[in-house]
Design a binder for this molecule. Structure first.
Ligand code: KG4
Ligand code: ZN
Length: 344
């Protein structure tokens, strides 16, 4: 009874603090539209994401966002051939909202509901941009919860090359931003403050830069900032100089590890995905290193760097085309912790 292969795929993302909905035409290989509601303002008052509030807001937003997107793209709900949703990793309550919405709609329509790994969405998202990578490539995933280097041989073929042993890069940005008295989310605010900072005024460690492997560690960097800030006069220039020192350190480590991954794999394309991929000094440094070392650096469109439903719909379409996706019309689980390399 399922449309085979499904043409129109609705993508749902509710793993954290963004409600994302997208409509992807799998036959044309084209994103018809997508919409994201960010909860940042709501969580700002608490200095971070409050899981229960996140879930409740997803409940409020999801149906109107999906209805609005269908209306805007001139499509009917009855035309949907599959419903894709983020199955994990993420906040369990938030994931459950997207999963139950997707399964209810799929059951009502008699179409498959397809659970997608959030990070698979991120690392395939550059395939939605005008400059598409070609398999195989190396992906740097740098988000609030993850810092990983992966070798991507094809859809569903991901090999973990290295990852952080403690804090994620985005988490380090956010925690350091808090130490500098900046609000949530800290990454963009810290980066903005660093623009006024002087390079080299403070020297911070480059954790694991010479470890000879592709592992990362960022928690020591945050501690080094804590020691620097403790007892110091927190004037504006000092804070900007510390922000600059932190950003320079983290960018240097990320670039060094990416360069090593390209050298080790012998591949020529590096895809950068996840929220930290929006960081401009990181982009500039990676581009420069790519030029000198002979690899291409490819980014998703800025609006697709952060969490969105488009990458979830795309991942489902590509998995279906590769014969990988498993539609399950009855019952579902979410996976708050989920290893992508083991997911297949
Ligand atoms: O991928 P994402 O939107 O959400 C997940 O964590 O899945 O990434 C969010 C992270 C946050 O830690 C945020 O501070 C960071 O990305 N971020 C940035 C920038 N924009 C977002 N970090 C540094 N510089 C930025 N411009
Ligand atoms: Zn994400």
């Amino acid at each position: 009874m399922y449309q085979n292969p499904p043409v129109l795929i609705l993508g749902i993302e509710t793993s954290c603090d963004e409600t994302g909905v997208a409509l992807y035409d799998a036959a044309a290989g084209r994103l018809l539209g997508h919409v994201v509601h960010s909860q940042v303002e709501m969580h700002q008052a608490y200095g971070g994401v409050v899981p229960e509030l996140a879930s409740r807001d997803h409940v409020r937003r999801l149906v109107p966002l999906a209805r609005g997107l269908l209306a805007r793209t001139g499509r009917e709900v009855a035309e949907l051939g599959a419903i894709a949703y983020t199955q994990g990793p993420g906040l369990v309550g938030a994931l459950l909202v997207g999963a139950s919405f997707a399964h209810a709609l799929a059951a009502a329509l008699g179409v498959p509901a397809i659970g997608i790994h959030h990070l698979e969405g991120h690392l395939l998202s550059p395939l939605l941009s005008s400059r598409r990578p070609v398999f195989p490539f190396v992906a740097l995933l740098v988000s609030g919860g993850h810092t990983q280097l992966m070798r991507v041989a094809g859809v569903g073929r991901y090999e973990l090359l290295g990852e952080t042993q403690d804090d994620a890069a985005g988490e380090a940005f956010d925690k350091t931003a808090t130490l500098l008295g900046l609000g949530y989310p800290g990454g963009p605010a810290l980066s903005k403050l660093a623009e006024h900072g002087h390079a080299g005024r403070h020297r911070l460690p480059r954790p694991m830069i010479a470890s000879g492997d592709l592992e990362f560690s960022f928690s020591g960097l945050k501690t080094a900032v804590l020691l620097l800030v403790k007892g110091a006069d927190p004037n504006e220039q000092f804070r900007a100089d510390v922000a600059r020192a932190f950003q320079d350190a983290i960018v240097e480590v990320l670039v060094a590890k990416c360069a090593l991954a390209m050298e080790r794999t012998g591949l020529t394309q590096l895809v950068v995905a996840g929220g930290v991929g929006a960081n401009r000094p990181l982009r500039a440094a990676l581009d420069a290193r790519g030029k000198s070392q002979g690899f291409d650096v490819i980014y998703p469109e800025p609006e697709l760097c952060t969490d969105n439903g488009a990458m979830i719909a795309l991942a489902a379409a590509l998995r279906l085309q590769a014969g990988l996706a498993v539609g399950n019309a009855h019952g579902f689980t979410v996976r708050p912790r989920w290893d992508l390399a083991a997911a297949g």
